[in-house]
Design a protein around this ligand. Structure first.
Ligand code: GAR
Length: 229
């Protein structure tokens, strides 16, 4: 039988402790290292900031589209609508979602954006007019999606289902989506992309809205990608 002296026992215990603490330090370093790499890779990606006022289905679609991208990421979503179901979504912790009061758009939010330095600001169903300070500061870096074939059915008060109601009332045979740069005037900046759909006799504002959302979800992320890459 082999007996250990108490000195040996203490030595063994100490060496175990040293091994464990070395291992702990190593793992800690690895974790810190990976966090550092993650932060660095996020920093190196082009950043998209989205503004919404409604449901945010386009915002979610853009987030999902770029979730695996090596070059682009959605870093922030701003909403001026506290009751938006978007706030209930479980998103990647790197995406910051904030509610703001309209009166803070030109002050607090503007300052935050100057700090964030987004490569592109996307208005995805955002219903407040963008201040001139934004247009000057983020030149050609703010785009909007509009659910009609601009210049038709654009301008103040023209948004969402109101547009589709008008399309039906006026017996239009086609409608569609427009993606454009944002300028000082509502819905009148340089057009980047338009896509048409046919309005059938049996269409209602609701069915058009569905078709429009489908188009928006398909093309908006692709257009964002083509602008930024
Ligand atoms: C979209 O259809 C967008 O084109 C429209 O609001 C909807 C938002 O839907 N934008 C406008 O009417 C702007 N004038 P979502 O919240 O589900 O993305």
């Amino acid at each position: 039988m082999f007996f250990m002296s108490s000195d040996d026992k203490i030595k063994k215990l100490l060496s175990k402790l040293v091994f464990k603490s070395k291992l702990y330090l190593y793992l800690l370093k690895q974790k810190v290292f990976f966090k550092y790499i993650e932060a660095l890779s996020l920093f190196m990606k082009k950043q998209i900031v989205i503004f919404i006022s409604g449901k945010g289905s386009n915002a979610l679609n853009i987030i999902n589209y770029f979730s695996e991208s090596e070059n682009l990421t959605v870093s922030h979503v701003y909403s001026n609508n506290k009751t938006s179901p978007f706030f209930d979504l479980k998103l990647d912790s790197n995406i910051k979602v904030s509610f703001f009061q309209n009166e803070d758009l030109n002050t607090k939010v503007f300052k935050e954006l100057q700090y964030i330095k987004p490569d592109l600001i996307v208005l995805a169903g955002f219903l407040k007019k963008i201040p001139t300070s934004y247009i000057d500061y983020f030149k050609k870096r703010i785009i909007n999606i509009h659910p009609s074939l601009l210049p038709k059915y654009g301008g103040k008060g023209m948004y969402g289902s109101r547009i589709h109601d008008n399309v039906i009332e006026n017996n239009e045979t086609e409608t569609g989506i427009t993606i454009h740069y944002v300028s000082e005037k509502y819905d009148s900046g340089e057009i980047i992309y338009q896509r048409k759909i046919v309005v059938d006799d049996i269409d209602t504002a609701k069915t058009i809205e569905k078709k429009i959302h489908k188009l928006e979800h398909k093309y908006l992320p692709k257009i964002i990608e083509s602008i930024l890459i």
